[in-house]
Write a new protein. Structure first.
Length: 388
């Protein structure tokens, strides 16, 4: 393929006539800011699709995570359990509360929080102190557990809820990339207290930018709404606590509504793309597919492969060779414990799986409008590079 071949991006938004129509309606009705019918409709659509009792739109996934943690009671000097293999935004949201992540490992079969390790860390490294669960080494209160649905892959909702019940610790899920997921038929909001979805431009469905906090608990949803709208108690500028301006605009929600209308199609496209890559590379020795554990209906946000055999080219060299062929491919998350701002965060006894995995992952083009011909081209180039 010549180097002037069309560029194939990693993951871009796909918008069209429905988005344009909704945006025009915002202008026609002069609802361009945080007041307007699309915000409410967007919230209702996401609540319905995730099995939630309610949803609150936020300016980003990150701000949604921040406000969800505050609503769950996370405060200064607390610890929040977090898998180290995640996007930095999860850890930043914890830091924005004045808290620190307690970093744990992932399990190899799902790339999600290792629930066995979580259990053993709690048994070995926490103690009750006047009803408050504390981390022994630091004395910090353990305020929440934040699982991350890596690549849009849910983890065992039943086990997660049983754990939260046993220890009395709230679960706030980073479900940023997980719109459309189910665990053994249960929708996203069935897990934990609060879940947060991102509608950033590179996610399966986008609002340009934005987030959504969902829950089965109506009172919590009301609290999140209160916090995102400056904690105002009346129209005369009275506020009862330190709140946030984390609202989404009607313009963004207009795009989000159009995307939600064809969510099934978008998720189906993601799953199809992922399955095609899996089939294409399954015969190549030293390559393993992204995880696909039983019980999980993944949203397949990102697709790609794992280089198991160190004699094969590394993801870094593959992504640069692919760039020369006008194909965007990227390495994946560098774990949080290797990031300067979180180098001193408490961590589990072992982070072996994350440390072993992160430099072996390559993500490949997976926009929902990726054509069969484009995907064939990507597969052909990757095969050639692996065999060279
Ligand atoms: C995208 C993403 C976020 C952040 O969402 P924004 O809307 O970009 O703020 C957080 N966590 C994970 C796991 C993500 O993939």
């Amino acid at each position: 393929m010549p180097s002037d071949a069309p560029f194939i991006p990693l993951a871009v938004p796909v918008t069209g006539a429905a988005e344009a129509r909704n945006l025009q309606a915002c202008i026609d009705e002069n609802f361009v800011s945080s007041v307007g019918p699309f915000v409410t409709r967007f919230e209702e659509m996401v609540a319905a699709s995730t099995g939630a009792a309610g949803a609150v739109a936020t300016s980003a996934g990150t701000t949604g995570l921040h406000v969800a943690l505050v609503a769950a009671g996370v405060t200064r000097d607390d610890l929040v359990v977090l898998p180290t293999f995640t996007f930095i935004a999860s850890a930043n949201a914890i830091a924005h509360c004045g808290a620190l992540p307690w970093l744990m490992d992932i399990e190899a079969k799902s790339w999600n929080l290792d629930l066995d390790q979580l259990d053993s860390e709690f048994r070995r490294h926490t103690q009750r102190d006047g009803g408050i669960l504390r981390h022994r080494a630091t004395g910090r209160r353990i305020a929440a557990v934040m699982p991350v649905y890596c690549l849009g892959m849910p983890l065992d909702f039943d086990r997660l809820n049983a754990f939260a019940e046993e220890w009395g610790v709230p679960v706030v899920a980073d479900a940023a990339a997980a719109i459309g997921v189910r665990w053994r038929g249960q929708p996203l909001a069935a897990a934990g207290l609060l879940s947060v979805i991102s509608f950033n431009g590179n996610k399966t469905a986008t609002a340009g930018g934005g987030g959504m906090v969902v829950s089965r608990d109506k009172e919590l949803i009301a609290l999140v709404r209160h916090l995102t709208t400056t904690a105002r108690t009346s129209a005369d500028y009275t506020h009862d606590r330190v709140g946030f301006n984390y609202r989404l605009t009607n313009l963004q929600a207009a795009v989000g509504c159009a995307q939600m209308e064809r969510l099934d199609e978008l998720v189906a496209a993601k799953r199809r793309i992922s399955a095609v890559y899996e089939r294409a590379f399954s015969q190549i020795p030293g390559i393993v597919p992204f995880p696909n554990p039983p019980g999980a209906e993944s949203g397949c946000w990102f697709s790609g492969l794992v280089i198991e055999d160190s004699r094969l080219p590394s993801p870094v060299s593959l992504s640069s060779a692919l760039r020369d062929k006008r194909i965007e491919a990227r390495t994946f998350w560098k774990p949080v414990h290797l990031q300067a701002p979180f180098a001193d965060a408490p961590r589990a006894e072992s982070l072996r799986v994350s440390e072993d995995l992160w430099q072996r992952v390559l993500t490949l083009p997976c926009s929902t409008n990726l054509s069969e011909a484009e995907q064939d081209r990507v597969i052909g180039v990757v095969r050639d590079l692996l065999h060279a």
